[in-house]
Design a protein around this ligand. Structure first.
Ligand code: SAH
Ligand code: DHB
Ligand code: MG
Length: 222
């Protein structure tokens, strides 16, 4: 199997199981026009987050790392009436584009975008008792992943789900010699999960539009 096969399979699946409507399409287009990096989750990954949120009947979702709100829209659309999503974004330009995309998708009423470095906004969420969140999606700066994981645990309850994007990193996760700060952070998270009695966790490797990568999938225990 090559990267070409993975893309062909996503090209087959995505139009069927994760078709873009105008809002998702314009979200990506507006993001590209504004010069945002093309690093959003793929359509099939967006649909995965959507199915996951629905399968746990998530009413409150926290996202760390908004970019142009592509993943945000997928998850917000899984919320029931009255459900709420808080998304954290450090870059004011990304936040501005995300706000337009959320409005364009008709989910601005359900989504609260908080601007600023997540390490500053996460303690504010705790101080406000904004949690517990049913689902946390960690997808911001990779070296901070271990810190965000600890915050996710503070802001969740037994039964909540925590997802962390981009932990396999084209297989670099298995390289114990790597000095790449992102790889080191992902390995640190895995080592933490290995002995962490607070969660049951696994890593789901993925291939497709975005190459070889993977998600941490964790459920918070009682
Ligand atoms: N979840 C998005 C992609 C997020 S990309 C999607 O799949 O559609 C990562 C985002 O995290 C970028 O927009 C980046 O600006 C943001 N980010 C980087 N460092 C951050 C920090 N310290 N706090 C909050 N957001 C941060
Ligand atoms: C990068 C970040 C992401 O969240 C992602 O899904 C892919 C790439 C990056 O920073 O390169
Ligand atoms: Mg990501």
């Amino acid at each position: 199997m090559s990267e070409l096969n993975w893309q062909a399979v996503d090209a087959y699946l995505a139009p069927r199981l994760a078709p873009h409507d105008v809002a998702l399409e314009s979200a990506l287009q507006r993001s590209a026009e504004a010069g945002l990096p093309a690093i959003a989750v793929s359509p099939m990954q967006g649909k995965m987050l959507h199915v996951l949120a629905r399968s746990i009947a998530a009413e409150s979702i926290l996202e760390i790392g908004t970019l142009g709100a592509y993943s945000t829209i997928w998850m917000a659309r899984a919320l029931p009436e009255g459900g709420r999503l808080v998304t954290l974004e450090a870059d004011p330009k990304h936040a501005e584009v995300a706000r337009q995309n959320l409005a364009g998708a008709g989910v601005a009423d359900r989504v609260e975008l908080r601007e600023g470095p997540a390490i500053d906004t996460l303690p504010l969420l705790e101080a406000e008792a904004a949690g517990p969140f049913d689902l946390v999606f960690i997808d911001a700066d990779k070296p901070s992943i271990p810190a965000y994981y600890e915050w996710a645990l503070r802001l969740t309850r037994p039964g909540s789900t925590i997802v962390v994007d981009n932990v396999v990193r084209k297989g670099k996760l298995s390289d114990s010699e790597s000095r790449d700060p992102a790889v080191m952070a992902c390995r640190q998270l895995v080592e933490q999960l290995a002995t962490d009695g607070r969660v049951a966790a696994t890593v789901l490797q993925t291939v497709g539009d975005k190459g070889h990568d993977g998600f941490v999938l964790a459920t918070v225990l009682g």
